[in-house]
Design a protein around this ligand. Structure first.
Ligand code: SF4
Ligand code: FES
Length: 347
């Protein structure tokens, strides 16, 4: 099947969604996704960030689709033409969706552990407005303890359902879910039961915002000060392939390895994530690369360090020489008044 997105054509298999086709093309045409997660079955269709304009339905029925479509749940048709970043209508819609997502989201990036790797932060940077029009009170929740390893901040949740799907698809018994309806919807554990099954830590990795964070890493470090390394160990529960977030020789956090869409390559078990913070437990493969625009690249080593020579001493001396000339002014002839003062010793 041939699909054209922002003027770029690609052949894809039947059943491919517009978002998947856009990811195959890559670049700026890829719609943002806050709820779709390729490794989770049935994800997508919740956040509406990925809206696109279908200007031609298919070769057989070329009529455009009247409404913007969620690209993560819309399958491509042969001959379909799609506008993503090239459509002002799409850009306006993304701006509105971002504004909606931020209605209840607290502006606590300065104290949030997700800052620097938060999908909502990236989305607002690209599509957000400079100020809010929301004057009503934000929805807030009482803090709830959901176990020894995971911190839930319900105020930050955007109800993408990814964590619920992790619990459903990776763990044997899901004990949390979305309770209530509409504005009262919230992620919670049934009768506050702790989430302690072996793969529950993956909820932290899939959460696009700072609603689910790692208690063992809380307030330890801003992520851009950590140096991420790929590492592995023999594990009988999971693949054992992780990213270690180091500060000096200390492992401050262990996560799954994430790709350019911030999706983990493979899910890891809680033992690898929470219990092995000693570097001798790991075989370190080398630095983990992040996409160029990521804040994690700040203070990092994505390119070879060049030897930089700054000729400070030489430049300072040059300046001094000039200053000396200016101060002593040997080339400037003295005025008559000056000569008189010099003679009298009155300078
Ligand atoms: S807690 Fe995070 S992963 Fe779960 S629904 Fe909320 S935003 Fe999504
Ligand atoms: S990513 Fe498509 S609706 Fe959320």
């Amino acid at each position: 099947m041939k699909v054209t997105i922002d003027g770029q054509s690609i052949e894809v298999e039947p059943g491919t969604t517009i978002l998947q086709a856009a990811r195959m093309i890559g670049g700026e045409s890829v719609p943002p996704a806050m709820c779709y997660y390729s490794k989770l079955k049935g994800s997508g269709g919740k956040c509406r960030c990925c809206l696109v304009e279908v200007s031609k339905g298919s070769e057989r029925d070329p009529r455009p689709m009247p409404k913007l479509m969620a690209s993560c749940v819309t399958g491509v048709m042969d001959g379909m033409e799609v506008n993503s970043i090239s459509s002002q209508r799409v850009l306006d819609a993304r701006k509105s969706v971002t504004e909606f997502l931020l209605i209840n989201h607290p502006l606590d990036c300065p104290v949030c552990d997700q800052a620097g790797e938060c999908d909502l932060q990236n989305l607002s940077f690209k599509h957000g407005a400079g100020k809010t029009r929301f004057i009503e009170e934000k929805r807030t929740f009482e803090p709830e303890n959901i176990g020894p390893n995971i911190q839930l901040h319900m105020n930050r949740c955007i109800l993408c359902y990814r964590c619920v799907m992790v619990a459903d698809q990776l763990t044997d018994d899901r004990v949390h879910g979305v309770m209530n309806r509409g504005d009262h919807s919230q992620i919670s554990t049934c009768i506050s039961k702790a989430i302690d099954n072996e793969f529950s830590g993956n909820m932290i990795d899939v959460c696009p915002v700072g609603a689910l964070t790692d208690k063992t890493f809380r307030f330890k470090q801003r992520v851009w000060f950590n140096k991420p390394f790929n590492a592995h160990r023999d594990c009988d529960k999971c693949c054992g392939k992780t990213t270690l977030w180091m500060f000096g020789d200390e492992i401050q956090r262990v996560t799954g390895r994430k790709d350019i869409y911030h999706e983990v390559e493979e899910f890891i078990c809680n033992e690898c994530r929470f219990d092995h913070k000693d570097p001798s437990h790991w075989v370190i493969e080398g630095p983990r690369k992040f996409e160029k625009g990521s804040v994690i690249n700040q203070n990092n080593y994505t390119q070879k360090l060049e030897k930089v020579t700054i000729e400070t001493e030489h430049n300072i001396l040059l300046g001094r020489e000039q200053d000396r000339k200016k101060i002593s002014m040997p080339d400037v002839p003295l005025t008559e008044q000056g000569k008189k003062k010099l003679k009298e010793g009155n300078v």
